[in-house]
Design a protein around this ligand. Sequence first.
Ligand code: 5RP
Length: 253
Amino acid sequence: PEIEELAAPLSSGPFVWAFAAGHVRSSAALQVRVGPSVLAGDLSNLAFETHRVLRAGADYVHLDMFDGNWIQGAFTFGPMVVKALRDHEPRAYFDVHLCVTRPEQYLEEMARAGVSRVTFHFEAVTDPREAAEHAHGLGLDVGLALAPETAVDTTVLNVAELFDVVLVMTVPPGFGGQAFMPEMLPKLKRLREVFPKKALEVDGGVTPLTAALAASAGANEAVAGSSVFRSRNVRRAIRELRRGLEKGQKEQS
Ligand SMILES: O=C(CO)[C@H](O)[C@H](O)COP(=O)(O)O
């Protein structure tokens, strides 16, 4: 089934941010975006996995970089691998989720590797403001990830203002295939109230159903590993996730 997907033309969606002009009160005007997480793919064949999800309509590719330290024992890959992937996919939007200790030490390497957006954890970074400014100065989009135990309080809201996206983890970071945590939805609602135009991303246990729940709470971007890579039809899986987000957006109050 993947041959057909490989033959399909690349969507222009990944490269376009289409925000409506003027003031918006909800995320309804924000473009929905689906980013498959290659963590659930064949890690021995990342170029193939990246290529096939892009061909199947993914808006971006989510790359989880684990250093074996911030999440004890969980290692994936580093900037050299991302650079190698960039050589294969010069136009793709690479969304790197840094699950590492002191992520600020890797920002320059991320820029050199051709990363589009680097997202690091509020819980792991020493000075989130300084790191966000540094990343922007390097030409990177920058995201702030919140682990499930982190509340959306005043400190987080003040810091989040500086970021292009806030990633609300809907599972404990570390591995795929976990169940979506609905108790994270109020965090999205609060973020959406405060930031009507900011991209809000969810990651962990995302299916068409949970994507709709997340979007009804304010999310407009969904990272999905298992629900894409375990599907027999990757194109359909991405399309259904997008429909879930769109449905949720419509239900947003
Ligand atoms: O960041 C991650 C884990 O830390 C993964 O991106 C996430 O778990 C996706 O996997 P799944 O969709 O199978 O839950």
